[in-house]
Design a binder for this molecule. Sequence first.
Ligand code: ARG
Length: 466
Amino acid sequence: MKSDPSAPSNPLWGGRFAGGPAAVMQEINASIGFDKRMAAQDLAASKAHANMLAAQGIISSADAVAIIEGLDRIASEIETGAFRFKTALEDIHMNVEQRLADLIGEAAGRLHTGRSRNDQVATDFRLWVRDALDRTDRALAALQEALIDQAERNADTLMPGFTHLQSAQPVTFGHHLLAYVEMIGRDRGRVADCRRRLNECPLGAGALAGTSFPIDRAMTAQALGFDRPSANSLDSVSDRDFALEYLALASILAMHLSRLAEEFVLWTSEGFGFVTLTDAFTTGSSIMPQKRNPDAAELVRAKTGRVFGHLLGLLTVMKGLPLAYAKDMQEDKEPVFETDETLMLCLAATTGMVRDLTAVPERMEAALAGGFPTATDLADWLVRALGMPFRQAHHVTGRLVALAEAQACPLEALDLAAMQTIEPKITDDVFTVLTPEASAASRTSFGGTAPERVREAAAAARERFL
Ligand code: ARG
């Protein structure tokens, strides 16, 4: 494949080029198909740069005014859909600059003084990821609010808690939901950490070495809401840690959402029936008329794969890249954009399901009747009332469970005489600890499942997170 002598060379960098690129060169090189999503950030950064150039006397204020007006005009052209993005102009930066030249002529050519596309793209992308982090945080807070609302409604709703997905000890449904509030709270902490480290401005690093123009990097940093300019020009144009940190926190968050999604799938299944979802969050089957499938939950569970894939993808792009900028880094954007879309959709669907769900206490009670979830309470009673060492109490309780299993009844339905054949010192006081209600109510330790603790924890979570 040859260079195309009839195609014009790039107006922004083609001084030493006689012909245009081969079609496939243009195709592999162009990023405008996706980086047009950073248009708003690119315009904001260019405005800050132009204002700074004028303030430093590097360009005239008349040129700066023309540039700013031109950039505003471009913003409205993009908003109304009138702007024509051109693949031949490669990326958002050159599309904007070329259009600015069409609109204001020579002054446009002064905008790129003292900067490079390398610091420009690093700045735009940081601004974009920062917006994505803020969006994510708001969506996470909305999910926490939905969870807390349901937790308060279900502070007394008893269900079996599981380990190994085997009935373990009674918990309240509200307590279970508040566990996710904590998980999402840590996700929000990671969002805040990522934002804090991200918030340094690379603009002014130039191509890689800085610039000889007397620029004011603190001024552009401040205008764009950054905490400070980044310290090393080489690092400024080659760092993509902020994107990787975003993908890493997105992966942990997606993993959390997949766990909740899996619980929805289990809870709404015939075997559990702990929860129902309405028509709004379920689908039917084209052949089996009785079906009500939790497709949204399944898809939230599945979309985790994309997010993990994007993290691994970008880590692989960055691995082994020598300093400073390399075109490899243009591959950083699509995984981040796609992750943001996926997260926003999954968070909206999850919040929707949490708001939509209705607990079914009868089915939870039925599940509590099997599986002997109060066996630990029985063992603890033997320790407390009879002074038995816990290991021995564990063994005695095991025999009592076997007895209940043989009689196909819950522990609280065993009769005292039968229990005394195994441990003669047991008294009828034991029955005060054998019901799921008593078990849950007794777990009053800080962070425990007792309804009063759950109500306090929900109120505290509202204070901490909303
Ligand atoms: N489109 C490029 C990217 O996304 C912009 C930076 C190009 N820099 C360069 N030296 N070719 O990375």
